[in-house]
Design a protein around this ligand. Structure first.
Ligand code: B1M
Length: 210
């Protein structure tokens, strides 16, 4: 039942307890994949669901993410083969003209928690840079964030650039940010929309696994 303790320590925002529980499990020879998937990642999924439901807030989510990352650091030397295999690579950024990154950074944390290799391009990212970096990192997903109604058009422009570059069939496109909606995402040809960081991990995993 100690994997349950790890789960509880992450949702309880207690990094010190995560450290001691993970060390105990490693010493007991518990499967590293089980500690990672059923303890740490499952806890971040739970935190994400609570955040989406408005039952927990940004500071708590950051503290849980810190607790989770502390546990992952301890596991890293023990992660081999399948355990180290990432779900996929996502190249993500805030579109050209937009400097908002607080929400995008939270999304990155949740994507890492969901098992992705995250390549964060930052803010004010030109469409050509998204294309270039997606090619360079062999991205499974391109993530586009925007907070301004005036830069929503850049999401559409970036999708057009991805098509023009001939890589549209090899990447999925995930979009998000306060002014966007599922309907808008559909209308501009994105593959998925995530309303918040809490749901972004699951939406991204569904994109690559289904
Ligand atoms: Co700006 N700003 N801002 N701002 N700012 C807003 C967005 C605004 C709504 C404020 C307002 O007028 N009420 C307004 C936009 C209005 C509009 O377009 N309709 C606005 C404006 C106008 C501006 C400026 C133009 C102001 C000016 O200079 N006149 C200017 C623009 C600069 C630019 O970008 N070129 C500007 C500047 C700034 C600051 C630099 C001061 C600062 C940004 C600091 C930073 O990000 N490093 C700032 C801030 C902080 C805000 C508010 C107050 C907060 C945004 C935020 O961080 N929210 C915002 C008003 C508000 O929202 N109350 C506002 C918290 C964050 C956790 O939520 O970002 O929505 P959010 O992210 C969520 C989801 O949207 C989603 O998940 C996140 C986490 O749950 N999500 C994704 C986001 N990206 C995703 C990507 C995904 C999936 C989900 O997949 C890829």
């Amino acid at each position: 039942m100690s994997i349950e303790n790890i789960f509880q320590a992450v949702i309880g925002l207690n990094a010190d307890q995560v450290v001691s529980e993970v060390k105990t499990e490693l010493a007991a020879g518990t499967d590293v994949n089980a500690i990672l998937n059923d303890g740490l990642i499952k806890a971040m999924d739970f935190v994400g669901e609570r955040f989406s439901a408005g039952e927990t807030f940004v500071p708590e989510m950051l503290m849980s993410a810190h607790a989770m990352k502390t546990g992952v650091e301890l596991l890293k030397p023990h992660l081999t083969g399948d355990a180290q295999k990432k779900v996929g690579t996502i190249v993500i950024g805030t579109v050209d003209g937009d400097l908002h990154d607080i929400g995008k950074n939270l999304v990155c944390i949740m994507l890492e928690g969901a098992g992705f290799n995250v390549v964060d391009l930052g803010v004010d990212v030109k469409k050509e840079t998204f294309v270039e970096m997606a090619k360079e990192h062999n991205a499974d997903i391109i993530g586009l964030s925007t907070l301004l109604t005036t830069t929503m058009c850049m999401v559409e422009d970036t999708i057009a650039a991805i098509k023009e570059a001939g890589i549209r069939d090899s990447v999925k496109i995930l979009v998000g940010g306060a002014p966007l909606s599922r309907e808008y995402a559909d209308s501009i040809g994105a593959d998925a929309f995530a309303a918040d960081a809490g749901s972004a991990g699951k939406v991204a995993r569904d994109l690559v696994l289904h």
